[in-house]
Design a protein around this ligand. Structure first.
Ligand code: FBP
Length: 265
């Protein structure tokens, strides 16, 4: 029997503010500058900003996690693909659950591209990962993106909802997906995710007010939180921006209220 899955280890007061830093692999170093290319800069933000967890690749965990950062729960990504355009992405597993556990992971992560002509092997791979991770008592966080030549609209509510349903059926404990601005549609997406916690993905750095408004909308609709990367560690004042996200996620403040504090800092 699988052990109890401790999803609470990824939550703060029942909500999640996760820092993601796998973009160096997924997109290339162009997402970084001379300061934030240093993983310690990002790890310090996770630790001192009191993020609920940090999501990184195994090599980064091996080099940087260790004793100093162990107070931040670790999500080890088990698969990745590089950023070259591929009409039918196939992000393959390159690291084992056992190795993630050895590195101190509180959860494992897997990116699933449904709508790719290569979706089937990814379904099988994720299914096996869920079995294995649950044997270790580790929750599975699924990065869920409709992407590939069979997808009509990567940001369509129906497409995102289908992905949430697939991830739930494959056993995801937390699902990370994109918010397309359709709040009513998002409530349907949450229903399709069932008991899995849903966090939204951050996206490219954008206007702070717009970002915080989207965050408020998904929290109000019932999301668990966010897994954010570029909008946090690319921000010139990452701690102040982190505080603004916390205001919305944990304090239920509006985007305007959070902006007022951000602008005063
Ligand atoms: P961002 O907040 O920077 O978008 O990070 C979230 C994330 O899911 C990363 O974990 C991942 O590398 C990236 O987005 C994937 O983004 P894309 O949609 O460009 O493939």
């Amino acid at each position: 029997m699988p052990r109890n899955i401790k999803i609470d280890g990824l939550l703060t007061k029942g909500k999640a503010m996760i820092l993601a830093c796998d973009q160096g692999f997924e997109h290339g170093p162009g997402d970084f500058n001379a300061t934030n290319i240093d993983m310690e800069y990002v790890m310090d933000l996770a630790l001192e900003g009191h993020y609920s967890a940090i999501a990184i690749q195994a090599g980064m965990a091996k080099a940087y996690y260790g004793l100093h950062y162990k107070d931040v729960p670790l999500i080890v990504k088990l698969n990745a693909k590089a950023g070259l355009p591929d009409p039918d992405p196939w992000s393959r597993q390159h690291t084992s659950v056992a190795y993630a556990a050895k590195l101190g992971a509180a959860a494992v992560g897997y990116t699933l591209y449904h709508g790719s002509r290569n979706e089937n092997p990814q379904f099988v791979e994720l299914g096996r990962i869920v079995e294995e991770a649950h044997e270790y008592g580790l929750p599975v966080v699924v990065w869920n993106y409709p992407r590939g030549s069979l997808v009509k609209d990567e940001l369509g509510t129906d497409e995102i909802a289908y992905g949430a349903r697939i991830a739930q059926e494959l056993g995801a404990d937390m699902i990370k997906l994109k918010y397309n601005g359709d709040k009513e549609g998002f409530k349907w997406i949450l229903k399709c995710a069932g008991r899995a916690k849903v966090v939204i993905s951050g996206g490219k750095r954008e206007d702070e007010r717009h970002f915080l408004q989207k965050l408020w909308e998904v929290m109000d609709a019932g999301a668990a939180g966010i897994a954010v990367g570029r909008n946090a560690w690319q921000h010139p004042k990452p701690f102040a921006f982190t505080r603004a996200m916390k205001d919305v996620i944990f304090e239920g403040k509006s985007a305007d209220e959070a902006m007022k504090r951000l602008q005063g800092q």
